[in-house]
Design a protein around this ligand. Structure first.
Ligand code: ATP
Ligand code: MG
Length: 435
């Protein structure tokens, strides 16, 4: 029988070193920025009841119709791997009573799941950082959130262009919908198959379609912006004025709609160069109706989600950090001393790798592979003879002395002991008990 080869699920990626270091760097950069905006982290389960997404995102969206991983668990309950984060966060806020008289600002960071056709920048498991501001309906909150999104992208070093639109209120949108349908119907045959089938249910999606034929038709379609209700028009004008005040450039894109049903008024996207048709790295907008739709009363809200994979393809790859020191044990009696020293230095924040027991030749090879800045080899003899040789691998710096004075040697060769974590230092006997 042919042997079964195991592999990851199609469209789902393993994130390995050194790439995972870039993820960590970006994540901690983002967490630091979110802290100064007073935004706290929410971690919701990856599985939710399927009805949450049908109610939040809308039955006739691509996500709910075609993209969700939905299955019955052993009790026959229909569950769905979250395709986006906002619905679960809103559910959690309502469930824990956090929206009563409060205006929480929260973020989430984690995997999302959509059964799409995998391609560059489009995966079946992908990661989003999302931010949600609950409880404020004013244009200033939209501007503040957009400023936060600009801050994150700038910190990541990714140049992108901000596109802005307003979808108005659902009521104003309903009358626009009829006009748009009247424009689209005579041209139905020229639309792509997807748009033909969704046109009657969700004609706004045609404006957002990426097929060339549909884009050409969308170009001359009546504009939603010309049909805004007066309050939405005023709101949109104020968002623009505040962005001008903040010095954040934007482009009005009257064809910008979002793939989810819950948006009202302001919608925006940051579009980067060099990603082809997967150019949107961050997308969001106002969703004043969602919380009410989920049974939480009227709570206005605005938020965005940033695609981590797309962003990471645009950030320069950084070399993986090299260890500071390589320690090689030449024989078994030296192993204990080498291991203890490694632990001791690591508790002080110094990165150390070790190998052994092995011959000088083997250890030197391992030292080279480790790319550590400094190296030392020792066996039983060196431990007693006080002639440990600590050397730079690439330079000429070196130090020779007693094993017990190794830390002095390391300091003399520029090892930084200040980056340690004294509060996590375990007493050495506790470490002993672990092994
Ligand atoms: P698109 O139009 O590219 O399908 P979307 O409108 O479905 O995007 P959102 O649901 O608004 O995207 O998600 C916000 C961001 O998450 C996107 O701008 C993108 O950066 C990222 N994203 C969405 N779907 C995927 C995916 N399948 N793989 C990787 N990133 C994704
Ligand atoms: Mg999509």
């Amino acid at each position: 029988m042919a042997e079964l080869t195991l592999h990851a699920v199609r469209g789902m990626n393993d994130i390995l070193p050194p790439e995972s270091a870039s993820w960590q760097r970006l994540e901690s950069l983002f967490r630091d920025i979110l802290r100064v905006y007073g935004v706290g982290e929410v971690r919701t389960p990856i599985l939710e009841q399927s009805i949450l997404f049908a109610r939040a995102i809308g039955d006739i969206t691509d996500i709910v119709q075609k993209e969700m991983y939905t299955f019955q668990d052993r009790n026959g309950v229909s569950l769905t791997l979250r395709p986006e984060g906002t619905a679960g966060v809103a559910r959690a806020m309502i469930e824990h009573g956090l929206l009563r008289g409060q205006s929480p600002r929260v973020y989430y960071l984690g995997p999302m799941f959509r059964h799409e056709r995998p391609q560059k920048g489009r995966y079946r498991q992908f990661h989003q950082l999302g931010v949600e501001f609950f409880g404020n309906g004013g244009a200033a909150t939209d501007a503040e959130l957009i400023a936060l999104s600009a801050h994150l992208l700038a910190a990541a070093g990714v140049p992108a262009q901000l596109q802005l639109n307003s979808l108005g209120t659902p009521a104003a949108r309903a009358s626009y919908r009829e006009q748009l349908l009247a424009y689209l119907r005579p041209q139905r045959d020229s639309l792509c198959a997807d748009c033909q089938s969704r046109m009657e249910r969700n004609p706004l999606r045609v404006l957002d379609c990426k097929m060339a034929g549909c884009q050409a038709i969308a170009q001359d379609a009546p504009k939603l912006l010309d049909h805004l209700d007066p309050e939405s028009a005023e709101h949109f004008a104020l968002v623009q004025r505040l962005l001008d005040d903040l010095g954040i450039p934007y482009q009005i894109n009257p064809r910008l709609v979002r793939g989810l049903d819950y948006y009202h008024r302001t919608v925006f996207e940051w579009v980067a160069e060099g990603l082809g048709s997967q150019a949107t790295v961050l997308a969001g907008g106002r969703y004043d109706g969602l919380v009410e739709q989920l049974g939480g009363g009227f709570v206005p809200a605005v938020g965005f989600a940033l695609g981590m994979e797309r962003l990471l393809t645009l950030t320069p790859v950084q070399p993986s950090p090299r260890p500071e020191l390589f320690l090689g044990a030449l024989d078994e009696p030296a192993l204990g001393a080498v291991l203890q020293t490694c632990q001791n230095l690591r508790r002080q924040g110094v990165s150390v790798v070790m190998a052994g027991p092995g011959s000088v030749k083997q250890l030197l090879k391992a030292a080279q592979r480790s790319a550590a800045r400094l190296q030392a080899l020792l066996g039983e003899r060196e431990l007693h003879d006080a002639n440990v040789l600590l050397k730079e691998q690439a330079g000429n710096g070196q130090w020779q002395g007693s094993w017990t004075l190794l830390e002095q040697g390391l300091r003399s060769l520029g090892v930084d002991f200040e980056r340690g974590h004294p509060h996590t230092t375990a007493p050495s006997d506790a470490v002993g008990k672990l092994s």
